[in-house]
Write a protein that binds this ligand. Structure first.
Ligand code: ASP
Ligand code: MG
Length: 424
C-alpha cells in the first residue's frame, strides 16, 4: 500500500502572479517526499474577468474578444517571468485559450449558465497548466489531471451537484493511478463535468469544496487550505478589531460558522471531511511556518465569541392587514413564494402580529415576493441591513454590538445570538 495522500488547495491569491507561483513552489519543496494532490483556483481575479467575457458575449456588445485579449496578456506577462520563451507551456496555454475563442465564434447559447460554465472553467485549466509546468521545471515532478475526468455532477450549471458514487469510481480510475506513480498531481478546483462530459462549475469559491471532494475520494490523511490569512479567525478582522486566530475548531463549529455566513471556507467543504474524519488545516501561504487552524473532530473546550456576518440583507415585516395573526396558511403561501423565487432566508422570527424574515436583497426578488403575497398580507421591507450571527456570545460583546449599531430585531438561542442591524 502506498502512503496516504495529502490534499492541498491553493486559492487564486496564492497564484496571482509570478512571485506568488514561485512562493507556492517554495512551500511545496518541503513536501517533495509526499504524495500530494494539489487543487488550484484560477489566478488572481481571472474568474471575475471571465464572467465579464461571458456577459459581453451574451449581450453581443463587441467587447468579448477585447476582454479576452486583456486576460491573455495578463497570463502571458506572468508566464514570461517564469518560463524561457521556447517552453512548451506556451502551446498548452494557447490551446486552452482557443477553447474560449470557439465559444465566442458561435452565437450566444440560449442557456446562459451552460455558456458561463464552458467559458469560466477555463481559468482553472490555465492556472493548473502553468503551475504544473513550473513545478516540473523546478524539479518537482508533477502530473496534470483534468478534474472533469473525476468530479461528475448533475446538469445544474453554475451550481452543479456532485454525483458521489460516479465521482469515487472515476477517481479510482483516473486519479489514483497518478498518485500511485508518486510525485505531485495538480488539478483544478471549481470545475466538474456531467455524465455527457459537458463542463460544469460548483459555484463561486468552489475550489475548497473540490479539494474536499478529492480528499474524500482519496481517503486523504489530511487536507490543507493555503490562504492569505494565518488561519480561521473568530470574526472578520477587517470589521472586528478584537478578532482572534483560532488554533483549533471542531467540524461542527466550522459547519455552523460557514452556515451563518463566515467566508472562511466554502460552505460545502467540511461535510465530506467530517464523514471521513479527515482533518482540515487552514494555513497561510505568506507565513507557511505559522501553525494555522486545525479543524477536526476534536472537541474544543472554550471558544471566544465567533461572529459571522451576512451582508446585503433585507428584513421583511409581514403582517396581516386586519391585525389578526399570521397563521400556518400564510406561512405555506409565503414560503412557497420564497422557494419559487429561489430566495434564501437567513433569519426567521414570529411574534403575535408580525413575521420577520431576513433574506438576501437580490435584484427584484424582494419586490416580487411582496407582490405575490400582497393579497392578504402587508409586507414592509427594510433594506441596507446586515445580519450578525454570534456563537458563544457573551453579554459584554452583545452589549457592545447593541451600543454601536442600530438593531432592528434580535433573537437568542442558548449562546447563539442573531442581530439584524443597519449596515455600519
Ligand atoms: N475561481 C473560482 C472563483 O473565483 C473558484 C475559487 O476560487 O474557489 O470563484
Ligand atoms: Mg477564490
Amino acid at each position: 500500500m502506498n502512503q496516504r495522500s495529502k490534499v492541498f488547495k491553493f486559492g487564486g491569491a496564492s497564484v496571482k502572479d509570478a512571485e506568488a507561483i514561485r512562493n507556492v513552489a517554495d512551500i511545496l519543496q518541503k513536501y517533495r517526499q509526499e504524495t500530494l494532490m494539489i487543487v488550484v483556483s484560477a489566478m488572481g481575479k481571472t474568474t471575475n474577468a471571465l464572467e465579464k467575457i461571458v456577459e459581453a458575449h451574451a449581450h453581443q456588445d463587441g467587447k468579448a474578444l477585447e476582454l479576452l485579449e486583456e486576460l491573455k496578456l495578463q497570463h502571458y506577462r506572468i508566464m514570461a517571468e517564469l518560463f524561457e520563451p521556447d517552453d512548451e507551456v506556451y502551446a498548452l496555454v494557447n490551446d486552452t485559450f482557443v477553447e474560449i475563442e470557439w465559444v465566442l465564434d458561435d452565437e450566444p447559447h440560449d442557456n446562459y449558465d451552460y455558456m458561463y460554465d464552458q467559458i469560466v472553467s477555463v481559468g482553472e485549466l490555465l492556472s493548473t497548466k502553468i503551475l504544473c509546468a513550473y513545478l516540473n521545471n523546478v524539479a518537482l515532478p508533477s502530473q496534470w489531471l483534468d478534474a472533469r475526468d473525476v468530479v461528475q455532477t448533475n446538469e445544474l450549471y453554475r451550481e452543479a451537484w456532485v454525483q458521489w458514487q460516479e465521482t469515487e469510481e472515476r477517481f479510482l480510475k483516473n486519479a489514483q493511478p497518478l498518485l500511485d506513480k508518486g510525485g505531485f498531481v495538480v488539478t483544478q478546483g471549481f470545475i466538474g463535468a456531467t455524465q455527457e462530459n459537458f463542463t460544469t462549475t460548483l459555484g463561486r469559491d468552489g475550489s475548497d469544496y473540490s479539494a474536499a471532494i478529492f480528499s474524500f475520494c482519496a481517503n486523504a490523511e489530511s487536507m490543507t487550505i493555503w490562504k492569505d490569512a494565518q488561519g480561521v479567525f473568530s470574526a472578520d478582522p477587517r470589521f472586528f478589531a478584537e478578532a482572534k486566530m483560532l488554533s483549533e475548531m471542531s467540524y461542527d463549529e466550522a459547519i455552523a460558522m460557514t452556515y451563518y455566513g463566515a467566508k472562511i471556507i466554502h460552505l460545502k467543504t467540511v461535510g465530506p471531511l467530517k464523514r471521513k474524519h479527515i482533518p482540515l488545516h487552514v494555513r497561510s501561504f505568506l507565513e507557511p511556518e505559522t501553525g494555522g487552524t486545525l479543524i477536526s473532530e476534536n472537541e474544543v473546550d472554550a471558544y471566544p465569541p465567533l461572529l459571522a456576518v451576512e451582508v446585503n440583507q433585507a428584513l421583511l415585516k409581514i403582517t396581516n392587514k386586519d391585525f389578526s395573526f399570521v397563521t400556518e396558511q400564510h406561512f405555506s403561501e409565503i414560503f412557497a413564494a420564497i422557494s419559487d423565487l429561489r430566495m434564501q432566508v437567513t433569519f426567521i422570527q414570529n411574534t403575535p402580529l408580525t413575521l420577520y424574515l431576513c433574506v438576501f436583497n437580490q435584484g427584484e426578488k424582494v419586490a416580487q415576493l411582496a407582490g405575490r403575497i400582497q393579497e392578504t398580507l402587508g409586507t414592509e421591507a427594510v433594506t441596507g441591513l446586515e445580519l450578525i450571527n454570534v456563537r458563544h456570545a457573551t453579554p459584554e460583546l452583545l452589549g457592545q454590538l447593541r451600543s454601536t449599531r442600530k438593531v432592528l430585531v434580535e433573537q437568542t438561542n442558548g449562546a447563539t445570538a442573531h442581530l439584524v442591524v443597519e449596515m455600519s
